[in-house]
Design a protein around this ligand. Structure first.
Ligand code: NDP
Ligand code: HSE
Length: 436
């Protein structure tokens, strides 16, 4: 049989990794797919730029439409990133009856509903395994492996850059900015790294995970998003003293009245496997009603780990490209006409525990005042650390862990605590999840 011709849009970290993996494992991959996969054409803005891969045998073009419009190309792999021109190119490929593989979580999270509708109308596939958690096949797990379950919650470390930074701050005491530079040099970080550290990249990924887990439309604008830029070395130290690690988590949970969708730093008990995921590694815990909690761990970014997911999608597409579109796995796991309109809960309705750090005057009665306000809002305290003042200082840190409470009750209590004359700076809070 003739090889399947693939066109690459983008020849950077992921595109280059994809070329390398296909070149190295081509024979093994052909045995799996039933046909040879051949990268015929690749777009890059600068065909002369040095690459991480050999481009021998690939026609390099500097106009991406030369890939999309080539009638010989059956599958287009979009590995550019961002929304434009990626969206126009993906829709252009779909309109021309080509299947698409993409690593672009921003594109899927924001425009996936439209893209999948167009793809279904044209009878083509859009595969996006590499868009979430790099090399971990979490899309396949949720869409196929756990299809017998009612998913209760998904919680994961789904941004490698944030985990790399938090790990280096905790293990080596390194400064935030210096570690971020290293993540950029290693090719993990997004083109605009604020997407990583402000939680936006994780929110893109959580949007996709939640849609597939619960059978809801992609709703990026409903995800509560908080980054890691306010986490200080002292928070990391106090958390450790209390038996916790701080991780940037994406959490999607089926609650009584709707779905929680949130990305934020979080204290996790140090004994949990998730708390021990370090560096650029990602991990996702999925709790299904039948299977119970399951954990998926692996590299969340980087050239070849991400290429591993891109190539797996290419193989999947090649295997079923001649099958009746009705018999393919739906893009979002659930049949498009069976998506549910479960509401996404506002943060005020979310129930979680908290770590609170206050700077208070070193005088009697302060802890009692804070405890009284918390009690007035039915918030009970789980643990307290109060440090001796450093010599010459009149203010001391006060650290509290609380039991679970609705965020709206905590907001009200925090507003009152911050008005106490003995509280000397805005209270710093980090959510805490035991993941039981
Ligand atoms: P790179 O920046 O390394 O490569 C991007 C490629 O797209 C390059 O070939 C570049 O051209 C081209 N390109 C960039 N901007 C434009 C533009 N505005 N118009 C046309 N072409 C453009 O990105 P990555 O390989 O890291 O990322 C690609 C995708 O994969 C993104 O969606 C990213 O989020 C996703 N991803 C990345 C991971 C990683 O570890 N890096 C992991 C998982 C997903 P040129 O070659 O001329 O520079
Ligand atoms: N910037 C992303 C991360 C790349 O650090 O996780 C992988 O999606």
């Amino acid at each position: 049989m003739e090889p399947v011709k693939i066109g690459l849009l983008g020849l950077g970290t992921v595109g280059g990794g994809t070329v390398r993996v296909l070149a190295r494992n081509g024979r093994e991959i052909a045995r799996r797919a039933g046909r040879e996969l051949m990268i015929a054409k690749a777009f890059t803005r600068d065909p002369k730029k040095p690459r991480i891969c050999s481009t021998a045998g690939i026609e390099l073009v500097s106009d991406p439409w030369q890939v999309v419009e080539d009638p010989e190309i059956a599958i287009v792999a979009e590995l550019i990133g961002g929304l434009s021109p990626a969206k126009e190119l993906v829709l252009g490929a779909i309109e021309r009856g080509k299947h698409v593989v993409t690593a672009n979580k921003a594109l899927i999270a924001l425009h996936g509903n439209e893209i999948f509708a167009r793809a279904s109308a044209k009878g083509v596939m859009v595969a996006f395994e590499a868009a979430v958690a790099g090399g971990i096949p979490i899309i396949k797990v949720l869409r196929e492996g756990l299809a017998g379950n009612r998913i209760e919650w998904v919680a994961g470390i789904i941004n490698g850059t944030c985990n790399f930074i938090l790990s280096a701050m905790r293990e080596e005491g390194r400064a935030f900015a210096e570690v971020l530079k290293e993540a950029q040099a290693q090719g993990f970080a997004e083109a605009d790294p604020s997407f990583d550290v402000d939680g936006i990249d994780a929110a893109h990924k959580l949007t996709i995970l939640a849609a597939i887990a619960f059978g809801i439309p992609l709703q990026f604008d409903r995800v509560y998003t908080e980054g890691i830029t306010r986490i200080t070395p002292e928070d990391i130290r106090y958390a450790e003293e209390l038996g916790y690690r701080i991780k940037a988590l994406g959490i999607a949970r089926r609650a009584k009245n709707g779905i929680e969708l949130r990305v934020h730093p979080c204290l996790v008990p140090a004994r949990r496997l998730l708390a021990n995921v370090e560096g650029v590694m990602n991990a996702v815990v999925v709790k299904g009603d039948a299977v119970g909690p399951t954990l998926y761990y692996g590299p969340g970014a980087g050239a070849e780990p991400t290429a591993s997911a891109v190539v797996a999608d290419l193989v999947d597409v090649v295997r079923v490209m001649t099958a009746d579109p009705e018999n393919r796995v739906p893009h979002l796991a659930f049949q498009p006409d069976a998506l549910s309109d479960l509401p996404i809960l506002p943060m005020g309705e979310v129930e979680t525990a908290y770590y609170l750090r206050l700077k208070v005057a070193d005088q009697p009665g302060v802890l009692a005042d804070v405890a009284r306000i918390l009690a007035d809002h039915q918030i009970s305290i789980e643990a307290v650390i109060q440090k001796e003042p450093k010599s010459g200082q009149e203010e001391v840190p006060l650290i509290l862990l609380t039991h679970r409470v609705k965020e709206s009750a905590m907001d009200a209590a925090v507003a009152k605590i911050e008005r106490l004359p003995s509280v000397k700076a805005p209270l710093h809070r980090i959510r805490l999840e035991t993941l039981e």
